[in-house]
Design a protein around this ligand. Structure first.
Ligand SMILES: Nc1ncnc2c1ncn2[C@@H]1O[C@H](COP(=O)(O)OP(=O)(O)O)[C@@H](O)[C@H]1O
Ligand SMILES: [Mg+2]
Length: 325
């Protein structure tokens, strides 16, 4: 349903043009849940904003396609986006406090979504609000509807956001760090809710998280991102049990209690480079990679392995059935 093909996004800064996403490619099928995982600053939110048509003025799609149900969103105008955003494509953000209107009761905010999408009013709207609150796990919807955002907990606010995001029956829902601000119990509740919503519909979901355990609990497929690249893309269970890209390997070995084969990988040394420090040529991970070879400073393509996953690393040129894409 969604196929992102060699998406390149750059930021204009200090009169220069700095790449922030380079040849990002992935796809999500109807009813699938795709995770995007990687350390902070690697381009996850930028990917989400590009899909939603919400990039700031100084940030541009330079090339590539975002195919959504036969349309190329990368070429969409803001006017065209307004026809589908919040309707066919929907997004929830990490920070529910600043995404909700602090001066409006929860029920009214959800109600507005149903007014906009279905023109509901009166009793029909009232019962829809209660049904909606109930469907996102509020056992006392009458009470919840008359609360202001600050009277709700972080997890409750996030559930209100989810109710609003799915009000228009979207085909694709993007959740950017939906549980990052929450304690473990609320986090699990939200993840269960997302799984239940998905099971009850053909909704495709993209969950963005810096936490691979969140992705492993919810997503059939995953993209591992590093510094604007998708370094590995495939089935979550394949990648978690047997990561191929050196960054994916390090990220998974860093999971607490993981049976790390190589203890040294437990901590990934160094940091994600800033936009200004990104290498202009070669592999973006080379500087931190323990397998680095001279070829890593050349052009690095995507290699499709025998098992179907894609790895952007020169090691897979002749390994595991790797064929350049
Ligand atoms: N508005 C902006 N102006 C300049 N640089 C930005 C802006 N937003 C994000 N960046 C930079 O783009 C890169 C990717 O950021 P982001 O997509 O937010 O990462 P993530 O969501 O994975 O933490 C980072 O280097 C970040 O500093
Ligand atoms: Mg982010």
């Amino acid at each position: 349903m969604l196929k992102v093909d060699k998406l390149n996004v750059s930021i204009k800064m200090n009169k220069g043009l700095y790449p922030v996403l380079e040849d990002v490619s992935f796809s999500v099928a109807r009813g699938d849940t795709l995770g995007i995982v990687g350390e902070s600053g690697c381009g996850k939110s930028m990917t989400a904003m590009a899909l939603m048509g919400l990039l700031r003025k100084n940030i541009k799609i330079v090339s590539g396609q975002i195919n959504f149900d036969g349309m190329d969103l990368a070429a969409f105008s803001q006017k065209q986006y307004e026809q589908i955003r919040g309707k066919r494509l929907s997004m929830i953000f990490q920070d529910s406090m600043s995404s909700l209107n602090p001066l409006m009761k929860a029920g009214k905010q959800i109600g507005e979504a149903y007014q906009i999408h279905f023109g509901l009013s009166g009793d029909a709207l009232d019962s829809k609000i209660l049904e909606s609150l109930n469907s996102v796990g509020f056992t006392n919807p009458e009470e919840t509807r008359s609360k202001y955002p600050h009277q709700l907990s972080g997890g409750q606010r996030q559930r209100v956001m989810i109710a609003m995001a799915i009000a228009g029956n979207p085909e694709l829902l993007i959740a950017d760090e939906p549980t990052t601000a929450l304690d473990v119990t609320s986090q699990n509740k939200i993840l269960t809710l997302i799984k239940n919503i998905q099971a009850a519909s053909a909704l495709a979901i993209i969950i963005i998280s810096h936490d691979i355990t969140v992705i492993s609990q919810t997503c059939s497929h995953v993209c591992v991102m590093y510094s604007g690249w998708i370094v590995e893309h495939g089935k979550t269970k394949d990648i978690i049990s047997n990561p191929k890209h050196p960054y994916a390997e390090a990220l998974i070995a860093a999971i607490p209690n993981a049976k790390a084969k190589d203890k040294e990988l437990g901590v990934i040394k160094g940091n994600v480079p800033s936009l200004l420090q990104r290498p202009k040529e070669g592999c973006v991970f080379a500087e931190r990679c323990k397998y680095r070879m001279p070829e890593c400073s050349g052009e690095i393509g995507n290699f499709v392995l025998k098992d179907g996953r894609t790895v952007r690393c020169i090691l897979y040129r002749h390994k595991d059935g790797g064929k350049e894409q």
